[in-house]
Design a protein around this ligand. Structure first.
Ligand code: SF4
Ligand code: SF4
Length: 149
């Protein structure tokens, strides 16, 4: 499955991806609502992190959800069916990539915008691309983001 692949050396931390995501999905410009997150350290180290859709994980979020509300509903991506989420937060704890978040009483994560990710279109530097990623690329971003904590 294709996913949003991060290219660390190209990201300048402009956060257009976060804001484009928030506007597309939630109708507001608030990067806290972005399903992609930019991790930052200092003024020159930025790491885009979004769900890898199982390209580099064992879909831990899907496995732990007690009500099975994280699933592939349209053939494009694994997503949270919000109406069914009970807000337990198990998925957030389980994701090794820190790619799923809580907002209020529901979890939310990247669903690839039905197969045409908005964030990718707004990244003029191509620091995120939509393609078949290899685990090493996702793991490099994960390690870099963890090193920033
Ligand atoms: S949210 Fe995390 S565990 Fe779930 S598919 Fe995405 S990267 Fe994998
Ligand atoms: S917070 Fe929602 S999506 Fe996550 S495991 Fe619980 S019920 Fe499932």
């Amino acid at each position: 499955m294709r996913a949003i692949v991060p290219h660390l050396e190209l990201c300048t931390g402009c956060r257009m991806c976060e804001m484009a995501c928030s506007l597309h999905h939630e109708g507001l410009v608030n990067r806290e609502w972005g399903r992609i997150r930019i991790h930052r350290k200092g003024i020159e180290h930025y790491v885009p992190v979004a769900c890898n859709q199982g390209a580099s994980c064992d879909k831990e979020c899907v496995k732990v959800c007690p009500v099975d509300c994280i699933r592939d509903v349209n053939g494009h991506a694994i997503e949270v069916v919000r109406e069914e989420c009970i807000g337990c937060g198990e998925c957030v704890e389980a994701c090794p990539y820190n790619a799923i978040h809580m907002r209020g009483d529901v979890a939310f994560k990247c669903n690839l915008c039905d197969g045409d990710p908005t964030c990718v279109k707004f990244c003029s530097l191509k620091a995120i691309t939509f393609e078949e990623g290899v685990p090493e690329e996702f793991d490099r971003a994960k390690d870099a983001a963890e090193a920033m904590r």
